[in-house]
Design a protein around this ligand. Structure first.
Ligand SMILES: C[S@@+](CC[C@H](N)C(=O)[O-])C[C@H]1O[C@@H](n2cnc3c(N)ncnc32)[C@H](O)[C@@H]1O
Length: 221
């Protein structure tokens, strides 16, 4: 038996206290690793409906739903999905689904004004597979936005990582890294327009910044 992707993500954020709802919401909708730093939910251009890819314990999706956006969060980890359902189950217009985002996007009939991902599934899924699925589920004029760590200079494409060291059960995950210019080309290649991709500097410029990307489906679809 090896460690599956879902097993790995089940261990994410072990110190989360599910009763800290207000404190978590008070950090705002941040695309970076810092609270109230960089663009907020306005980066999604005021959608009526939104889909979060890799929603984890659900705070970003809950934040949006509380602002009146009908929101669905999808996550592959049963532990994170369970936390999200327990923590935000009483929030109107909010739903969580337990699934690999690729399967969800391929199977759903729903379409969205915004599809987004915060240091999550957009980073851990091959864009050649994911971007066309996202494109198909966005309404005309819809927005695809995501954040993740920037690439190490010179290291682009898929990068694998053993998740359990050298002893014990084997397991690996991959992440996809590109420069802002490369993301621009990838997204245009799949029919997106107005691509903006940049690295948001950390509050202390010595620290690692955040790659933030937004692209729009043409108004004609
Ligand atoms: C680093 S966590 C970030 C969670 C959340 N976006 C946040 O900011 O707290 C990455 C999340 O992506 C989810 N994830 C990774 N690959 C996925 C996939 N293929 N389908 C669905 N969820 C995925 C993981 O289960 C995990 O909850």
């Amino acid at each position: 038996m090896s460690i599956s992707t879902a097993d790995y993500w089940d261990t994410y954020y072990p110190s989360l206290d599910e009763s800290d709802r207000d404190e978590l919401l008070g950090k705002g909708f941040s695309w970076t690793q810092w609270d109230h730093h960089g663009p907020d939910e306005g980066f999604l251009q005021q959608p009526d409906t939104a889909l979060e890819l890799g929603s984890g314990f659900g705070v970003h999706a809950a934040y949006l739903a509380m602002k009146g956006v009908r929101t669905t969060g999808v996550d592959i980890s049963p532990v994170q999905h369970g936390r999200a359902c327990r923590m935000w189950g009483d929030v109107p217009d909010l739903r969580f689904e337990l699934e690999d985002v690729r399967d969800y996007l391929a199977e759903t009939n729903e379409t969205y004004d915004a599809i987004y991902s915060v240091w999550a599934a957009s980073w851990f899924t091959n864009p050649a597979e994911l971007v066309p699925l996202v494109r198909d589920r966005l309404n005309p004029g819809g927005v695809y936005a995501f954040s993740q760590a920037p690439a190490v200079e010179g290291c682009y494409g898929a990068q694998g990582m053993h998740v359990n060291g050298f002893k014990g059960k084997k397991g690996g995950i991959a992440r996809w890294f590109y420069t802002p210019d490369m993301w621009n080309g990838i997204l245009r290649n799949y029919g997106f327009l107005n691509v903006e991709a940049e690295i948001i500097e950390a509050p202390d410029p010595e620290d690692l910044g955040t790659l933030l990307v937004r692209a729009v489906v043409p108004p004609g679809g």
